[in-house]
Design a protein around this ligand. Sequence first.
Ligand code: PMV
Length: 307
Amino acid sequence: MNRINGKAHGKVILIGEHAVVYGHPAIALPLLSAEVSVTINRSPTMCIDCVYHQGELNDAPSAIDNIRACIEASLIKLNKQNETFELVISSSIPQERGMGSSAAVANACVKAIFDFFNQPLSEDDRFELVQVSETLAHGTPSGLDAKTTNSLLPLYFIKDKVIEPFSMVMEGYIIVGDTGEKGQTRMAVSSLRKRKEKNPAVVNELMNQIGEYSEQARLCLQNNLIDQLGDLMDKTHQNLMLLGVSNQILNRLVNVARQSGAKGAKMTGGGWGGCMIALAKTHQQAHQIANALKRNGAAQTWILELG
Ligand code: PMV
């Protein structure tokens, strides 16, 4: 077995998506059970082994331009532009589900490259190098994915202002259900922008409420208030439905989770596909909810222990 040189994990947005685009707070949680690991082997040419390509990095498809850029930026930072190796990427994070797959892969690659050359990696350099990849993948990334996929703590986030890890004291579990459909973050964000231009009063009010719910959710996580947190998740989902960014399959899985005993449930991330999340008090309930989601069409589920 080769030694793993770099690792990172997935993320989910607990609360605050979409409103965060307009300056309201959001909370993201690390999802340790969905992970990426990267191993580096010596090689006479620069090669990559991942789902998109096995072979010379130069021949890789444009789908991994972001990873190529991040590898090149890492080598420049280390002054090792002439070195070659093979990067083997293995990931259990599905792509385009709002689970931070691209940032997690970039994080694991950057960490692996620095580890391979036995060089220390500062937090600032790691973040900057992952953002090279995220900028190519997403245009103007907020940095939330780059941070959360490398954090063991939840993050409280206000766009361009605050990215703050905080500790929680919460006995409970988050169940993540994948609809099996790609999320459509860009389109949902742009449709919401149009809706906001047409009907600013209604949209702003719904966004303000989501911002309030995020603030309250942080207090819930810090004070073990599970019933209240579930209620905030339900209310946020209601607002996201009214904002037009949920869809039938997300709503159906949210209802399945509630009927199976969840304290609360909502879509997560950009919407129009992607994932939903639910809150449970015990591990057994979390399993029951995960099973019910799978019976009702979820492609995959994950269980995350809050703590
Ligand atoms: O789908 P994700 O996890 O990348 O989350 C998108 C979150 C939005 O608030 C909808 C967009 C954004 O840029 O913050």
